[in-house]
Design a binder for this molecule. Structure first.
Ligand code: SF4
Length: 472
């Protein structure tokens, strides 16, 4: 449990271990007084991954516990917090543009508090205040507990920086405020110890830490009682979960046993942590969905070594074969980066060929972009020309579209259970939902209700969607 006493304003530089690297920076601090007013209306705008969505829910919990209100309408807010992503440069550019826009309103209203939270705050630190001096608070992912104190502190006119990384911070005692729905995201682990060379996450989210199993099963029981049908377990390397006594496979079993749980998923696992214990639970727990997002990143062992991914292409291929032998119906998706430092045409072909061989159900595919603060930025040349990166990306996108289309076409005529999520975006007479294998499925509503699991007979398919009818 964390000590909740107010902490000093942090302006220290710390590494993922939380060790002090440099003294408080010499930023010029502007004074623009913000009126103190208890019970503020806070609007949280979330960028980036599901982990950030989950963190925004946590921030809402912390603020609500302190007597503030979170609002769904930005016009009603006197505090706007952007919960940001640092994974790519354009994610940060987007936030800077958004801040400029919000500053127009701040100039008009005077009292508006603007905060930048999350990974970009941790990455840019006080440089953010140089780029956007009107920002009132800058807060990294391990400092959200200080949000209520920060809102009071900015009233003095000084910006608040909360940038301490803290390996002991797991927010175990905070109840997140979630939107109603059928799917709940539950953070089971924070931080990452893997240090992939292309990735900023270990530097902005700190070292890995897992929440206790009992606390998580109690959380899941609460979520089920609140009406959530599907629980998605979240962690940077979710399957490296270990609370000291229980590994990830054990956690899956215990969560699946919680009374009333219908579906359990998780994201994102690391191939090196895909143990037999995890595969056993996926194979044998009916509640654990037969879907696995297993980031490959590259099909070249040389590139994987430069990425410090800790597995070879051969080991990845064997892992997929083993999982498919045990769970033939499983859908496997992946992440792939092309144009990583010193990637040759031969390396790229190995990636292309491995994707062709494995036939992923879907893939998130990216051109490598150099990020300052990463190990690759310090150690490796970003030497693949931009147009070459684009060509390689287009080639694997075309390949994957074809494969995804063929896999989905093969589902025509089959009947699949689908969890009804809500109205289809294109046609309000239809629902959309997800299969156990996480395929988006669209079908006429009939008499089904949101939250039901219905059997849908697939009549047609695109690379991204299955289309069918409810059958009894
Ligand atoms: S496993 Fe690698 S890519 Fe994933 S969060 Fe950790 S360092 Fe980043």
């Amino acid at each position: 449990m964390k000590n909740k006493s107010p902490l000093p304003i942090y302006t220290s530089q710390s590494d993922p271990d939380g060790k002090l690297l440099a003294q408080p920076s010499d930023i010029s601090i502007r004074k623009h007084k913000v009126n103190t007013q208890f019970a503020r209306n806070v609007y949280i705008e979330t960028y980036g991954c599901q982990m950030n969505v989950s963190d925004s829910e946590l921030m809402a919990g912390i603020l609500t516990q302190a007597g503030h209100h979170t609002v769904a309408n930005i016009d009603e807010a006197d505090v706007i917090l952007l919960n940001t992503c640092a994974i790519r440069e354009n994610a940060e550019t987007k936030v800077i543009n958004r801040l400029e826009h919000l500053n127009h309103r701040k100039r008009r209203e005077g009292n508006l508090i603007i905060g930048v939270c999350g990974c970009m705050a941790q990455h840019l630190r006080d440089k953010l205040l140089e780029a956007a001096p009107y920002v009132d608070l800058v807060m990294g992912p391990d400092a959200y507990r200080n949000l209520p104190m920060a809102l009071n502190a900015v009233a003095s006119g000084d910006p608040f920086l909360g940038l301490q990384l803290d390996k002991s911070e797991d927010y175990a005692d905070i109840a997140p405020i979630r939107k109603e729905g059928i799917r709940a995201w539950l953070t089971i682990q924070r931080g990452c110890d893997k240090m992939c060379t292309f990735c900023i996450v270990p530097f902005v989210r700190g070292r890995e830490r897992s929440l206790p199993l009992k606390l998580l099963t109690d959380d899941v029981q609460r979520l089920v009682d609140e009406g959530f049908k599907e629980i998605v377990l979240l962690g940077q390397t979710v399957n490296s979960y270990h609370d000291g006594d229980n590994d990830f496979g054990e956690l899956l079993w215990r969560i699946a046993e919680v009374d009333g749980v219908e579906r359990v998923r998780f994201t994102s696992p690391h191939p090196a942590d895909a143990t037999d214990s995890m595969i056993d639970a996926m194979e044998n727990c009916p509640q654990v969905c037969k879907q696995l997002h297993l980031p490959l990143q590259s099909g070249s062992t040389q590139v994987l070594q430069r990425m410090r991914r800790t597995y070879t292409a051969e080991q990845y291929r064997d892992l997929v074969s083993k999982i498919r032998d045990r769970i033939p119906q499983i859908a496997i998706s992946t992440d792939v980066i092309v144009g990583f430092c010193e990637e040759t045409e031969k390396d790229f072909k190995q990636t292309y060929n491995l994707m062709e061989e494995i036939r992923f159900d879907s893939a998130f595919m990216f051109k490598y972009s150099d990020r300052d603060g990463t190990l690759a930025n310090k150690m490796l040349p970003d030497d693949v020309p931009e147009e070459e990166k684009a060509r390689r990306l287009n080639e694997i996108i075309s390949l994957q579209e074809k494969i995804s289309g063929e896999i989905n076409q093969s589902k025509i005529g089959t009947t699949v259970p689908v969890l009804v999520e809500g109205d289809s975006r294109r046609d309000s007479d239809q629902y959309h939902g997800k299969t156990d294998t996480f395929k988006t499925t669209v079908f006429p509503k009939d008499n089904a209700q949101v939250g039901d699991i219905v059997n849908v007979k697939i009549q047609s398919a695109t690379a991204h969607t299955l289309i069918g009818d409810i059958v009894t």
